[in-house]
Write a protein that binds this ligand. Structure first.
Ligand SMILES: NC(=O)c1ccc[n+]([C@@H]2O[C@H](COP(=O)([O-])OP(=O)(O)OC[C@H]3O[C@@H](n4cnc5c(N)ncnc54)[C@H](O)[C@@H]3O)[C@@H](O)[C@H]2O)c1
Length: 326
């Protein structure tokens, strides 16, 4: 029997998941919800799905196996709680909330209900990340530098801290999450941010740039740089410095290994990692085995905890200790 999917949120990322799901066998997109009527009608028509402007009505109507929650950061919480009450499995886009404690409470309910979850930390599904994990088994990192340097996304909620959580929560979370995936848990965060360059942008109240120092449980230190004011160029990824090599991970593009006396060795991304993210989730629903899901909800809460700790450190000027929140 086909897996019956409902979507809450029909924006940019929802479109990407729907494109993926239409490529998978035995998956039907049967219901769509968005608070903007025209958007939901258009999206629902594409899939011959039912359209709703209220997620509670969509959930009441039933007939769903899973729900994709593709909402902006501020809109998470009530929706997930309602989906859990209905006992439905859930894919939740990152960041899974703006408040790590509230997200941790949701994670506990998910666990109690025995639901299968996945989140949008899609970089974990890149084939080159498997290559990188292999390299890190042989080469111990001595220092790591991470980057999410780019321009400001156009969606109106992004520039408002209360709605998006700022760049650390909304974008750099991908880099923080990859750091956790590769190097283990972070125990302390110390961050500094700057403001002032984007005074001409209406409603803008987030940092323009930041530097976040992460101390890992294994003693490693990383510094992650963010900027959202660039009008030209961008830089995303990790520079991993080891004693006998230097590894460059260019976000979603390539891994290059530099060794003394030999030409740099480059591996390019070859898989469709976005499709792989949805495939892992749908297969888990079909088989009941979640072991191929690389970023379940509870794990994503830890990445949110890290991002919000960076914000707290920027606000207070003090280091923030992290304790396992879930
Ligand atoms: N995994 C990734 O790499 C990746 C890439 C892009 C975006 N995202 C994430 O996806 C999330 C959404 O981003 P987007 O670009 O699709 O945003 P968007 O603004 O384009 O779309 C969000 C949609 O949600 C709708 N919405 C808001 N509140 C709602 C509610 N209560 N009920 C129903 N609909 C509601 C809005 O009307 C809008 O159509 C963000 O958190 C973003 O970080 C992840």
């Amino acid at each position: 029997m086909a897996v019956r999917v409902g979507f809450i949120g029909t924006g940019g990322i929802s479109r990407m998941h729907r494109r993926n799901l239409t490529q998978l066998p035995d998956v039907e997109i049967v219901a769509m919800c968005d608070v903007v009527e025209e958007k939901v009608q258009e999206a629902a028509a594409e899939h011959s799905a039912r359209a709703y402007t209220d997620y509670r009505k969509m959930l009441r109507k039933g007939g769903l196996d899973v729900v994709y929650v593709c909402l902006p950061p501020f809109a998470h919480g009530k929706v997930e709680n309602a989906v859990i009450k209905k006992g439905l499995h859930m894919f939740v886009e990152k960041p899974v909330h703006v408040d790590a404690r509230k997200a941790a409470a949701i994670a506990r309910k998910i666990q109690d209900a025995g639901l299968i979850t996945a989140t949008g930390y899609q970089d974990r599904y890149l084939d080159i990340i498997d290559t990188l994990q292999g390299l890190l088994r042989d080469h111990k990192p001595g220092m790591v530098m991470g980057y999410w340097m780019g321009g400001m996304p156009g969606v109106a909620w992004w520039r408002v801290k209360a709605l998006s959580g700022g760049q650390a929560v909304e974008q750099t979370t991908h880099i923080f999450d990859m750091c956790r995936y590769l190097f283990g848990e972070v125990t302390e965060v110390y961050a500094g941010g700057t403001k002032g360059l984007m005074a001409d942008v209406e409603d803008y109240d987030i940092e323009d740039a930041s530097a976040v120092t992460l101390r890992f449980a294994n003693g490693l230190v990383a510094v992650v740089f963010s900027a959202c004011f660039l009008s030209v160029g961008n830089r995303g990824g990790l520079d991993i410095f080891c004693k006998d090599c230097f590894i460059e991970y260019k976000e979603r593009k390539s891994i290059t290994v530099h060794r003394k006396g030999v030409e740099p060795e480059q591996s390019m991304v070859e898989n469709n990692y976005q499709l792989a993210t949805d495939t892992a989730f749908i297969n888990a629903i079909k088989t009941g085995d979640p072991s191929q899901i690389k970023s379940p909800y509870a794990d994503a809460v830890r990445s949110l905890e890290l991002s919000t700790a960076a914000n707290k450190s920027m606000e207070t000027g003090k280091p923030v200790r992290l304790k396992p929140i879930v």
